[in-house]
Structures are given as C-alpha cells and as structure tokens.
Design a protein around this ligand. Structure first.
Ligand code: G
Ligand code: MN
Length: 272
C-alpha cells in the first residue's frame, strides 16, 4: 500500500523536518519587468522512495488532519527563512504559501499564523496566502472568520487555480482576495485556442472590474507570454519565466551587494 507508506513516511518527515521549500518567482509583465513576489512550494526527497511529488503527497495528507501539520510546517519554515533573509538585509518580496481548505477550518488558524509572524517581527505584508475556491464549499463560519482575520491583519489573499473550482461571484467577494491566479489549464491554449483566449480575456476583465491583481500561472511559451502582455495581464509565473528555485538560487535573486545595492538578477531574457 503505497498510500499508507507515504502517509507514515510523511508524518515522520515532518517531525524530523525533512521536507524543503523551493521558491517560484512571479514577474510583472510590464515594459520594465520586476520581481513581483514568489510562491513557496514544498518538495520531499525520501531516502528510499526518491523525490515524491506534492501532487501525490498533498492529497494523501488531505485525507487526515496531517494536512494541518503540513501547512503549519510550510508557514513556520517560510517565516524563519524570511526572518533570516531580513537579518541579512536581503530585498525580500512577498512570499505566498498554499493553504489547504482544511487549515482554514481550524478555529484559530489565523490567530496562530499572525502570532508566528509577530514572534519573528515580520511585516504582515510580506506574507500572502493562496487558497482555492474549494475552501468556501463547506460554508463554515471558521473559514470566513479566518479569512476576515487574515485580511484585517494585512495578509494578502490570492485565489489559486482560478476557474477550476465552483466559483460563484458571491464567493469571490467573500474571499476578500486581492489577487486572481488564472489556472494554467487556461493559459496553455493562449495564442492557439479560441476558447482559452475568451475565458482568460473574461477573467482579466473581471480582475480589472473587481480591482484584483491578475497573475497567469504556468506560462511556458513565448506565444502565451505575448498574448498575456497584449491582453493586459499584470503578472506571470511559469517555467518560461523561472522554474521553482532551490533556496540558495532564490537567495541569489534577492541578495544585495556589500554596498547595499539590490542585485536583483535581471528578469529572464524572454521578458525583454
Ligand atoms: O496549484 P499551484 O498553482 O499552487 O501549483 C503549483 C505547482 O505547479 C508547483 O508544483 C509547480 O512546480 C508547478 N508549476 C509551476 N510552473 C509551472 C509551469 O509553467 N507549467 C507546469 N506544468 N507546472 C508548473
Ligand atoms: Mn499556488
């Protein structure tokens, strides 16, 4: 039973802090591209099973309260890294973490999250949470309370994989989000498929009308990039712009030189 084995191994890996984070940058798509933030993504290399994809272990973790421990691991690790980067005077952009809907159902999730940030003296604006539309399906008060609190505390909320869930416009408002991440499934066909183009065009219009930042996920080709630029999408993320970076490589991107100048690596060639 691979599932049972992975569940046990994951519990063990969490306890022994054997999971690592990589960081995938987001870039503005404007004429003068800038680093617009990064998303923390979990990676796990098991000594016997090898690299196990989050698309395999997250759904397993979500079948039990284990996912709450996984989310806590991600935000506490992210917070200690941000604290270390600030101590080294790096130019730290907003870092996004992915939250499972189950964490948002924990009655004091937001309180603990904010406590962890404050204990490390980190400005709330440096953290963003990505949630999927599915987070609201249960319509639980704990979910709304947590989102309200995060929002009031100045923690940015992004809607992840937008367009793949059961979006209703009422939910969109209730999420208190300031960013829409357009699912890569729609980005894939840009410049090729009329349906994808029509859908993304509509999402960009929605984003503009509701004053939400629009981020295209999974930008893999020059053709998709040019289409998004022309359509006025603000931010992009994807293999064309940058793969998820190991911690050391991400640090090189946000480091300053010894005179205090930001060394922000030039944006990828494809952005110029
Ligand atoms: O659901 P979410 O968008 O949080 O998923 C992030 C995952 O998508 C990560 O595991 C990351 O490695 C992967 N990813 C990031 N950029 C791309 C891309 O351009 N193409 C594809 N296929 N996957 C990507
Ligand atoms: Mn995400």
């Amino acid at each position: 039973m691979r599932k049972k084995r992975i569940e046990g191994a994951l519990r063990d890996a969490l306890e022994r802090q054997k999971l690592r984070l990589v960081f995938q940058p987001k870039f503005t798509l404007a004429a003068e591209p800038r680093l617009a933030g990064a998303e923390a993504l979990l990676r796990w290399r098991h000594p016997d099973l090898g690299e196990i994809s989050p698309s395999e272990f997250i759904p397993i973790a979500e079948m039990s309260p284990l996912i709450v421990a996984v989310d806590r691991y991600v935000y506490t690790s992210t917070i200690s890294l941000i604290a270390a980067w600030r101590a080294r005077a790096f130019d730290v952009p907003t870092i996004a973490i992915n939250l499972s809907p189950l964490s948002l159902r924990e009655p004091d999730f937001a309180g603990l999250f904010v406590q962890a940030l404050d204990a490390s003296d980190i400005p709330h604006a440096l953290l963003q949470v990505e949630i999927t539309e599915g987070a609201l399906l249960e319509n639980e008060t704990a979910v709304f309370d947590n989102l309200d609190r995060l929002h009031r505390e100045g923690i940015d909320i992004a809607i992840d994989d937008f367009g793949t869930g059961f979006s209703s416009f009422a939910y969109l408002k209730r999420l208190l989000a300031s960013e829409l991440k357009i699912d890569r499934g729609f980005v894939q066909g840009l410049g090729q498929t009329h349906e994808d183009e029509a859908i993304v065009q509509t999402m960009l219009t929605l984003g503009r009308s509701l004053d939400l930042r629009t981020v295209a996920e999974g930008v893999e080709t020059r053709q998709q990039l040019e289409w998004l630029r022309a359509a006025g999408c603000q931010i992009g993320q994807g293999f064309l712009l940058s793969l998820p970076l190991e911690r050391h490589d991400f640090e090189a991107l946000i480091a300053k030189d010894r005179w205090g100048n930001v060394m922000i690596a030039p944006p990828p060639n494809c952005l110029r």
